[in-house]
Design a protein around this ligand. Sequence first.
Ligand SMILES: [Zn+2]
Ligand SMILES: [Zn+2]
Length: 346
Amino acid sequence: MKALVYHGTGKKRWEEKALPQLLESTDAIVRIVKTTICGTDLHILKGDVPTVEEGRILGHEGIGIVEAVGGAVRNVEVGDKVIISCITVCGSCNSCKRQLYSHCEDGGWILGHKIDGTQAEKVRIPHADSSLHRLPEGIDEEAALMLSDILPTGFEIGVINGKVQPGDTIALIGAGPVGLAALLTSQFYSPAHIIMIDVDDNRLHMAQQFGANTIINPTRQNVVEEIQKLTKGMGVDVAIECVGIPATFKICQDIITAGGHIANVGVHGKSVELHLDELWIKNITITTGLVNTNSTPMLLKSIQSNKISPEKLVTHRYPLSEIETAYEIFGNAAQEKALKIVLTAE
Ligand SMILES: [Zn+2]
Ligand SMILES: [Zn+2]
């Protein structure tokens, strides 16, 4: 089969690889129907994730058809269409018993990281019973693909951790795919005012279409002043950080109101300054995390009942065999006006 293989920093190739085999009785083999590229894949290619070995097939998002299952698999059958969760869940270790699936002792984020991933014609999925979600008839495949990673990530680590409440004023910093996923899912809780902050006007424009009431571009506007004006000097109830750099984390600390929540979603490559000297007296809560994907079944129902339409995040489409071109487009996301790129197997 063909797969996108990592060959060390800056190097990847669409090349021939051996077909995956069932290794454990709890495994499934899934034929990929659609997959996509994540910002994390770009981090890997930059060399930011040294736990990824050369020769690894990248990718942790996808939907596909189950082609084979091990003898112990009960929840999915050959022929089922499934969502592949970016988090592999054994369902029985200490972390899984606490629903902390991202820290599953025999799983967590391993796809396209510690084991071969989904940017391939076929993939082996360990612990198939809890790591695959059967896709009901009639659900848009592109919408479902957003459930592998970005939608649960924006929802769980941004919206739920940030404790968005009806009537809140919330600020989202970063209008990339995950920031926009947080924007879409924050609206389950009817915040009164949603502010989106980003340096990319095209993404800000999309955020407006997705429900942002106010957009702020820090290259032209003073974010703190604008938010002070909007909130009559109070600040926002929830600040959701979806970039992962010191400057954006500082914005969150500067705009949060007393009793507010700062939910960090962005992946930070270096340390940030934490102004506890100012925050302690304001009763601020700061949360962090890696997605657990325990919201995936609920999000699937929300798509089914047309409450959210995450397929709107898809901007580009290519055949799977043109994945190298898709990486180039995704790597120049601002110029190309790219959010999520869907790759479909021929
Ligand atoms: Zn991802
Ligand atoms: Zn586990």
